[in-house]
Design a protein around this ligand. Sequence first.
Ligand code: AP5
Length: 220
Amino acid sequence: MKLVFLGPPGAGKGTQAQRIMREYGVIQISTGDLLRANIRNNTVLGIEAAKFINQGDLVSDDLIVNMIKNELEYQDMDNGYLLDGFPRTLPQAKVLDKMLKDRDEDLNAVLVLNVPEEDLIKRLSGRRTCSRTGKTFHMVFNPPKPADLIDINDLYQREDDKEETVKRRLEIYRNQTQPLIEYYTKKGKACEIDGTGNLTDVFGRIKSVLDKVIKDQINN
Ligand code: AP5
């Protein structure tokens, strides 16, 4: 399956991507994770990207497109992929259309995870990441179990999860990324999913959508 994951910051895309990978064997390609790895490794891309990410702004389309093209070349995608965080602007969506055409591929679905803004703020303010494993938790809704952590001090809060930056990210999502829902609806690809409720309930809704996508694929 070839999938795109859309949704506002904190909707649960990264969390649910882990479950989708386990259930369907696709790989997750997360532009946010790739950018953060570049920042940790102090690469030229990372130094440039950090200026934007830490303010809650988007990184330029050119940098993102080059990064994703490199990643798609090197990854083994035989079992399909889930693009998490890309595309995020209309120009990026058009580049993706061209890339898919060149590879003679088509998207099976664009999953749109919908969560109201008050829930997003609660989710982002309680999110903590483990510096050793990169795993993400929530201190109330999805707390780490003893086996998940070596040291509680390994947990840190993402720089862009600070309150002011979150407001900026939500505004950018509304202005630049939300229009993609209409773009993919017109192409008959958008599948809107209620992202409220607990992690298992949300995954159940995603699974219903993906099982139907697979069934339709077999029948066509
Ligand atoms: P990115 O890392 O992609 O951030 P994002 O899209 O803002 O998404 P998040 O990672 O914040 O949230 P999520 O939906 O994955 O939620 P999660 O599962 O962690 O991008 C970061 C930055 O990089 C961007 O701002 C931009 O600057 C740059 N960037 C990236 N891609 C780019 C692009 N294509 N173009 C330009 N710039 C780009 O869940 C959040 C929390 O909620 C967690 O604590 C989790 O445990 C909890 N949670 C999850 N599900 C539930 C639930 N059902 N109930 C309760 N809590 C839950």
